[in-house]
Design a protein around this ligand. Sequence first.
Ligand code: PLP
Length: 445
Amino acid sequence: MKLALQSEMAITNDDVRQLDRSYVFHSWSMQGSLNPLVIAGAKGCELWDYDGNTYLDFSSQLVNVNIGYQHPRVLAAMKAQLEELTTIAPATANLARGEAAKRIVDLAPEGFSKVFFTNAGADANENAMRMARMYTGRDKIFSAYRSYHGNTGSAIVATGDSRRIPNEYARGHVHFFNPYLYRSEFNATTEEEECQRALAHLRRMIECEGPNSVAAILLESVPGTAGILVPPKGYMQGVRALADEFGIVLIVDEVMAGFGRTGSWFAFEQDGIVPDLITFAKGVNAGYVPAGGVIISGKISHYFDDHFFAGGLTYSGHPLAMSAIVATLDAMKEEKVVENAATVGDGVLRAGLTSLAQKHALIGDVRGRGMFQALELVTDRVAKTPVAAADMAAIKGALLQAGILPFIAENRIHVVPPCTMSAAEVQKGLAIFDAVLGQFGSLAK
Ligand code: PLP
């Protein structure tokens, strides 16, 4: 334990990286070839390492640090909770838990009445699927190919992207194509066509699978990891109508898109729909302490008044996480963080990315809402050829070198800063994106 013993000596990035590589087994990785970024501390929208490098955050880590780092109000609430009570079982009534649930219900649409707390987004989806199956007495869960719902038993099977793990024990999962006009599965050329054809496809899938066997449609309001795929106008309303027609529970996954990210508290608000179950995690307390959950509509919640719900984990609704939720939501309201995501995100950030696309042929598509934007990089705008993985890795390296912490997914840069980022910080970041994309201009035809 070199680090523990050398407190009087300056710690370097190499010390920390060496310690990590000696003992830490990383998630989603091939262990042998890792060279993890070292971070020592952070405040607001800036992070730094032990060697004096700083980074402006355009990733929000895994798109969760919506209020930025070390928010003083959240830290104070967590410290107060630490002094009072550091752990208590889920079955007890606890002030912080009740306050957190009340605030979340107050933000949800009318008709939502209770919150079931989990440790993260994946188990929020696990439990929402279980609730839907129990409530309907049906088995199948429909979810989109372009989706990510978490890395646990059924959530990873519901996930549609290439990381999906086929699992013979997670029965009854059916996937469908969700809209993605830029690479349309339906040969659509307009939003309207994409919307209508995607809805017709979903209807046909439900009919073929047998509507009476479908418990739930599980859908991200704005699919995030899969590419920040803002649904075309009318799509979510169409899905809501199909769910109503066939008595299917609509679970909207707001784990990444929720709590301000898109410029509204929940992304589905902008589509004019009301789900039956809402899953959340990440932004609810900016990831300061692991937490997630399911917001349950009255009709489903009442069903469980006299039906036993078998679900929950030792740490569900942990008081420290709950105190962080209360303080995060209060700070977001008072500091108008959601409004900032809308004005700075849809205004300064989006406008800046759009003008970058006019300048750099490498950018094939710009899309998103609020502080949830994506650049899709292609070497040929007509053929839409994705930039190769090795080149994306080089672009990531150049952005880091220039002082930006980016979020890279396949051939895309997800431009997802904390929702608190100021217009000036966004402008500073855009100038760096501009310079780095310029360095790689020769990749484009
Ligand atoms: N759902 C969505 C939309 C997500 O983006 C994620 C994580 O990125 C999850 C679920 C899983 O959340 P967690 O990693 O907290 O389990």
